[in-house]
Design a binder for this molecule. Structure first.
Ligand SMILES: NC(=O)c1ccc[n+]([C@@H]2O[C@H](COP(=O)([O-])OP(=O)(O)OC[C@H]3O[C@@H](n4cnc5c(N)ncnc54)[C@H](OP(=O)(O)O)[C@@H]3O)[C@@H](O)[C@H]2O)c1
Length: 338
């Protein structure tokens, strides 16, 4: 295979503020030799995710920073095209944490097979993958919505948010979504069955809009975005509210630390629980989440959407689009046809 070109995307400088294409470099290399118990994988789809922005900074976190001038890594679906492992065959479709490149050589133990009979393979990076598990466990384990309660979710038209709202509906809650375009608002209400939704980009007073939309206060706030949107929602929480702290995307590109209202008094008075979580805390329960979500999809109770751009070279653009709201549902990059 050495004559085949492997296009690769490296992080070549650390972004300050909003990343740009200049932070990425495109190179061509050859494909490494496949050793015993290794696989050669052709990339089919790769995932771009908001958490990758944190990995672009040189800072201590729950996951190490991307090293400079190395291939960016993330969730990838690929096809095995050469195998030196007895556990895999050529043609197997696998999921792994691989590079933004056409081909990867990886130890067989580092990837898992995808059952192509269950659902389209792209769902392994979306509704039946990491974002799906984030919504399922974050909402049900921490949010614990009950019949008749009010659940608010920000980032509502994204990969995680659209599932949170639909699962909350299944549990009998009144659901309000916050998202950034009229088309997303229409989609949430008309297609996904949210009770109501607010376009935070065109609503002049989000606080007032929320007060009107949540006359009974907020029992569960699934926080994907942080910042002023979350400040407004948190001012409306009820006694005993639960707040799964999932993401803070509005802060990821800030150059200076943000200072907001001090919310401890509000949490105290309302005996509320705010809990940060990482989906990786739930890996040993993924089977439960995947089985339940697959069942809900089969029953027509959950719909999902994917935004797919084509071409490895468009991965940086797809990633940057997460911060301007280009995606409805899971953002993926299609690298090669199956
Ligand atoms: N805790 C965990 O384990 C875990 C796992 C997965 C994801 N997350 C977090 O969950 C959140 C959602 O992730 P996702 O994968 O589902 O991404 P996503 O929602 O599919 O994509 C990001 C969306 O965020 C919205 N957004 C971007 N900048 C914003 C801003 N300044 N203010 C408000 N909204 C903004 C955009 O939609 P609009 O058009 O609505 O602006 C965009 O489409 C992220 O914060 C992510 O870091 C956490």
């Amino acid at each position: 295979m050495n004559e085949v070109v492997n296009n690769q995307i490296l992080l070549s400088s650390r972004p300050v503020g909003i990343p740009t294409r200049d932070n990425f470099t495109f190179i061509k290399s050859s494909i490494p030799h496949v050793n015993d118990n290794q696989l050669l994988i052709r990339t089919l789809y790769l995932s771009v995710d908001p958490y990758m922005r944190g990995r672009m900074n040189d800072q201590k976190s729950y996951i190490p920073p991307f090293p400079l001038n190395e291939v960016i890594t993330g969730g990838v679906i690929g096809e095995v095209i050469e195998t030196k492992s007895p556990d895999f065959q050529v043609g197997d479709i696998v999921l792994g944490f691989l590079g933004w490149q056409n081909y990867s050589v990886i130890d067989a133990g580092q990837v898992q097979k995808i059952d192509t009979n269950v659902a389209p393979i792209t769902t392994a990076l979306g509704v039946l993958g990491m974002p799906g598990m984030t919504a399922y466990f974050g909402l049900l384990d921490i949010g614990q919505p009950k019949e008749g309660e009010t659940v608010v979710v920000s980032g509502a038209a994204g990969a995680v948010g659209m599932l949170v709202g639909q699962i909350a509906k299944i549990k009998g809650a009144h659901v309000l979504g916050i998202a950034g375009s009229d088309e997303k608002i229409r989609y949430l209400i008309e297609e996904l069955g949210f009770d109501t939704a607010i376009n935070y980009k065109t609503t002049s007073n989000i606080q007032l809009a929320l007060e009107k939309a949540c006359p009974n206060g907020v029992d569960v706030y699934f926080d994907n975005v942080g910042g002023p949107i979350s400040d407004a929602v948190l001012s409306l929480i009820n006694q005993g509210a639960r707040i799964p702290l999932c993401g803070q995307i509005s802060l990821y590109n800030l150059e200076k630390q943000d200072v907001g209202p001090r919310i401890q008094v509000q949490l105290l008075r309302k005996t509320a629980t705010m809990r940060g979580f990482l989906v990786s805390q739930y890996t040993d329960r993924y089977d439960e989440g995947m089985t339940q979500i697959a069942q809900w999809i089969k029953e027509g109770k959950i719909k999902y959407s994917e935004n797919i751009v084509e071409g490895l070279e468009r991965a940086p653009e797809a990633f940057l689009g997460l911060f301007t709201g280009e995606n409805t549902g899971k953002q993926l990059v299609k690298v090669t046809d199956c």
